[in-house]
Design a binder for this molecule. Sequence first.
Ligand code: ZN
Length: 254
Amino acid sequence: MEGLVDSHTHVSVLPFDALENMALAGVRKIIGCSIFFGARHAETLFDHFEQMLTLCQQSAIQNGLKLFVAVGLHPLGTPEDWPRVVEALPTYLKRAGVIGLGEIGLHEGDKREQEVLREQLKIAKEYGVPVIIHTPPRQRELITGKALEIAAAIGIPPHKVVIDHANLDIINLIEEFGAIPGLTIRQDGLTPPILLEHLEHFWRGMLNSDYSNLKACDPLSVPRAVRYLENKGAPHEIVERIARYNAEELFGLS
Ligand SMILES: [Zn+2]
């Protein structure tokens, strides 16, 4: 199929040739989520956002890709002076190509992470933008539940919340809340066969690679998943939704 969207990458660590390969495999739009692992100063995040909105944008364009950016504080890269970043988020939301807040969320789920998430969700609600929320590898149900509790307390519209790295263990929580499952395709998580077998749970979601330098990643995981689903005869309308239209509609990618 045409016009694939990779709805969650960490584009500042995506090599130039990976962008080229993604374009050759049919990807046309990507979302770059913020993360600067171990950030110690608000300025580190500001520079990270700027880099995505300049160098990364240009590298994407050179490969025929459109890059959209989500700004925010990831729980693995929240500096001591994080309130300064929260305060600056509205300014970034006005920049061309910025489509929402992400990657935000809980990793350990402690009080500080909860506070940082709460403050960012308040901004998302006030400005009416979608959010991309991380889920951790451990204690997934407990910590996802906490994140959803915070989102509910803020009163953010559920259909603007992407709960990413969804899998069978948390899909019921996501559905009950009315959020959108982010479908990160990876060998030790949601694989194409699991996706195919449970499409009735995942059709509202959006495919992504979550490409980063934190673990083994495949920049082509979205086109590979699409090829797998097509080869196995998955309904075309569903493949189009999860590989393109769900993300385009939620984030207004044009
Ligand atoms: Zn990520």
